[in-house]
Design a protein around this ligand. Sequence first.
Ligand code: F6R
Length: 613
Amino acid sequence: MCGIVGYVGKRRVVPVVLGGLKRLEYRGYDSAGIVYHEDGALKKFRSEGKLINLENSMEEAIGAASHIGLGHTRWATHGAPTTANAHPHSDCSGELVVVHNGIIENYHSLRTELVEKGHVFASETDTEVLAHLIEEYLDGDLRAAVTKALSRVEGSYALGVLWTGMPDTLIAARNHSPLVLGVHEEEGGFMASDIPPLLPYTDQVIFLDDRELAVLTAEGATVYSLESGEEVTKETKIIAWNAAMAEKGGYKHFMLKEIYEQPRAIVDTVSGRINPETGSVELPEMNLSDEDLAGIERIFLVACGTSWHAALVAKYWIERWAGIPVEVDIASEFRYRKLLIDERVLTVSISQSGETADTLAGIRLAKELGSKIVTICNVVGSTMTREAHGTVYTHAGPEIGVASTKAFTSQLAALFLFTLYLAEKRGSMEADQRLLLGRELINVAKVIEKELPILQNDIKELIEKFYDSRDFLFVGRGLNFPIALEGALKLKEISYIHAEGYASGELKHGPIALIDKEMPVLGLAPKDSVYQKSISNVEEIKARQGRLILIGSKGDEHLKTITEDVLYLPEIHEELNPILYTIPAQLLSYEIAARRGCDVDQPRNLAKSVTVE
Ligand code: F6R
């Protein structure tokens, strides 16, 4: 995810901003830029790749006698990671610049409107729209212009604005994207997407809330509501974090931070892609014509590991709602069997990194056989997205913990969108139903946000009984069977406990022989269409004295009669249960691994991106 740093004060600005950007490097980025004010003009430097490239491109500017500026590291979402798309972005005059994190959902219509008014765009980004929109409203008062511009904007933003007309002032604004201000009587004013850049200079911070704007000078910050325009009294907090804690936003591990980022990641993945009135789904980067879509006879889903589990869930969704037969393949197997693939097949690769060697080899093969390729991917410009005919991006932001969490639930959200899209194009689902399911998809993020801290507390208490187990089974039926597989993978990879996932109905065909009073079994048993069957299966485990943990629907008192260890989740539309039921499986694995003192973020023998076969 992008990073913002801004400074105004007595120090020379470039080293402060560059140093701050380095402290945000952990967030991941693919290009970077800096702008500062000097002699009545803005000096702008941008480059692709790592910060060292930016630093090298501006050697002479490092010591510039400027005391106000902004910096940005960009994780590409709209437009490739090129210098032209790197921030800061300027208005037509070049006298106003903007750095931005987030996604402007209505940027298409705003851009069209601004182009009609004569604005000239220099990038493919959604951000540039902001610079031109502020320019459009600028009449001597920058705060008023930014406020007006943001009243037109739908989506998420953390924003920094600098204008030659007010050479001592930075404007900051926030909506659904993090932005924190730092203040210090002598050092001046700071803004950043996260706390680490502020720590060398101040421990006094002001957290902006959604729809707030700040005017930042060397003397301090004044915060205003974007709704009313009135000044807002903000509390200045003292941060007692060390740098390592700050990078993780106060969480003990990146994995936990990323588990908590899931509601945001899901919303960002869905944002702007479903029309809330009509339920119509837009996936323009998929690049498939209506004719291509109508001609699909079969779909192959190809992926590895956690991404393969996402594919298994999607099979249920696509077959049910779009009526297209789906085959799911582990990429390393797909390549070595006789593939009955031709131009009537659509092959979809699913990958967080877009670089996994086996998945990449799989789509190359399918392409050779005449199949169209779509990739569901989290990394803009990765090899897979370049080689596929089309892409559906997940907007989870960079995932640092090796064990995939937010990338997985974002893949599920993207695959659900993909299903609705296919169903719409092929006329296999009524608009009402699409609208309902689209709303449920957004709702699931809200439910997760509310439940996360409650679940974590309950799980912390529960794991004292289970953390030193040698083995663990996870069981689920239907849509929750792949989630049982995913839960078992999460637990084994980070805690090194041997864990297996099974379809509940399969137990009696072998694995039930493992059940005794030592064996912990986590059962997923929501009130869904296979509930009664799931209950019969867990009763079989109970009868053999297995140590059951059940996860089910709030209000289901029957679960308490089976075991005392029950975790409850709200009842949502059953199609979306796989997203919701992933959360306790992740948290349970995390808490057990942390309790065992494991290296949660970097488990032994594993790499984040598996670029070898
Ligand atoms: C497990 C995990 C891996 C990846 C797999 C595929 O937590 O992260 O199983 O899912 O290596 O990686 P991507 O999705 O990058 O292709």
